[in-house]
Ligand binder design. Structure first.
Ligand SMILES: [Zn+2]
Length: 484
């Protein structure tokens, strides 16, 4: 919202005070009123969805969304608090409970699996039902994912995109089954599990039957796909990129240019752009300039899938919201959040809300707290007092606008909080203060938001349970309740 630019002299004379107040009030009322009018004019779209794009901001709790929004607005040179992220304008949404079978707080494996399979499971479990025991192979407990069902039963194409290793828990929950999220290569599995018939996550992606294999998979994790002889982790000698490329019309790519070429040629694409995770976006332009951004991978995936006659289902994960939160790297986390918003904007741009359901949600939250701050203050900075100097807490030390409940920025034993004097708390390598010190910040268990637009989006509303989101997507595709 832009305030009217009144002549300075009038304001100085106090003559414009009344009209300024009224004009500002009128302007402030206009946007909520327009939002109401849009809501009144809205009719639920009960048609089936041809395509579904599911965005997961990993670890993107409500407070993280608020902080992302403020940062995005401030970086755009406007007021942050009233700014809209791409999904802030979606017409439907609600809150989602995220617990696991065995915990009040979930990890990404259960959180994502609950959304992608409709089955809540144990922490660490991927695509397995709630009876699974961590690390114990029992393939009878595997449950099909939305993507697998959409491809096999409806002939839809499948895409999966992440800034993490493509075998990391969240993307794996779109295409794989494992009672332990760490089974990313054969070298990461116990021999007993392999002997009992379980297969590592990278091999599940590449060796899947034709009617289950994703049509495009983009992320990091090359080390889980390559053999030891090639510098990877695999001990079974399987050269998975070569096996992918050996299928008809299939390409393996490792940088932006080869990705775009493979997409233009309509290939099935495995793109692995980092040994492990794609670097944080705050560092990527420097350390990996040939690596595509989340926005670029999103554009590539939708471009590749858009021509599929039966439509597609696509998972896109912004992984570093979570990974940077764990490390206390707030700037990196929120920057990834801004990248997620850009990726959602690309999806909105490239799709038709008449045939594409877009859902934006999180697998779990993180303990980020917004403690105060003035409207114009850098959200990465410190809370200021009336003089503009940092306002001091009762321990005599400055307090950041945003702090963590737990994390590596917590106080060491027998020490209070760091003073922060002379510290650039906005720096990309600054480790943000936390209430209690943990080497890696803990996920938190409060509800997370969900936003939706398109056919079936009206079902994303109120207080929801994580597996309910699977049911919404299943219904939107008109898949039967049970797989045949
Ligand atoms: Zn995490």
């Amino acid at each position: 919202m832009i305030l009217p630019n009144l002549p300075r002299a009038l304001v100085a004379a106090g003559m414009a005070t009344l009209s300024l107040t009224m004009t500002a009030a009128a302007a402030q009322a206009r946007e909520p009123q327009a939002a109401l009018e849009a809501a009144l004019a809205r009719a639920p779209d009960t048609e089936p969805a041809k395509n579904i794009i599911l965005f997961i901001g990993d670890g993107m709790g409500v407070s993280t969304v608020t902080a992302m929004r403020i940062l995005a607005g401030q970086r755009a040179g406007v007021d942050g608090a009233s700014y809209d992220l791409a999904f802030d304008t979606m017409p439907y949404g609600g809150l989602v409970r995220t617990y696991s079978v065995d915990g009040l707080v979930t990890d990404s494996a259960n959180g994502a699996s609950a959304i992608t399979t409709g089955h809540r499971t144990i922490n660490g479990g991927i695509g397995v039902d709630g009876r699974a025991r961590r690390g114990v192979c029992d393939t009878a407990l595997n449950v099909p994912t939305l993507a697998q069902r959409a491809k096999r039963e409806l002939g839809k194409a499948v895409g999966v995109v992440s800034t993490a290793a493509i075998t990391d828990a969240t993307p794996a929950a779109f295409y794989a089954h494992a009672p332990d999220r760490n089974w990313q290569s054969d070298a990461d599995m116990p021999a007993a599990a392999r002997e009992a018939g379980c297969v590592d996550i990278a091999a599940q992606l590449v060796m899947a039957e034709d009617d289950l294999r994703p049509d495009i998979a983009l992320g990091g994790g090359l080390t889980f796909f390559r053999t030891e002889a090639e510098g990877g982790r695999r001990k079974d000698g399987q050269d998975l990129p070569a096996l992918w490329s050996a299928r008809p019309d299939s390409a393996f790519v490792t940088d932006r240019d080869s990705l775009n070429a493979a997409v233009a040629a309509g290939r099935d694409v495995l793109g692995l752009f980092a040994e492990m995770h794609i670097p944080h976006e705050v560092n990527r332009p420097t350390v990996a300039p040939q690596t595509p951004t989340l926005e670029e991978m999103t554009r590539a995936a939708i471009t590749r899938l858009a021509s599929e006659p039966q439509g597609y289902v696509l998972l896109i994960e912004a992984a570093h919201i979570d990974k940077a939160h764990h490390a206390g790297l707030l700037n990196a986390s929120l920057t990834e959040g801004v990248e997620l918003s850009k990726a959602v904007a690309v999806a909105q741009d490239l799709t038709d809300p008449a045939d594409t359901l877009i859902i934006v949600t999180a697998d779990h939250s993180h303990g980020l707290v917004l403690n105060g701050g003035g409207r114009g203050d850098d959200v990465l900075g410190l809370i200021k007092g009336p003089t503009g100097a940092p306002r001091l807490a009762e321990d005599g030390k400055p307090l950041p606008i945003l702090t963590y409940a737990t994390g590596p920025g917590g106080p060491k034993a027998d020490e209070g909080r760091p003073t922060l004097e002379g510290v650039d708390v906005t720096a990309i390598d600054h480790i943000r203060q936390a209430g209690a010190r943990l080497g890696s910040a803990a996920h938190t268990g409060e509800d997370v938001p969900a936003y939706a637009d398109g056919p079936g989006a009206y079902l994303v509303t109120g207080s929801m349970d994580q597996p309910y989101l699977f049911q919404v997507m299943r219904h939107a595709l008109r898949l039967p309740v049970e797989a045949p």
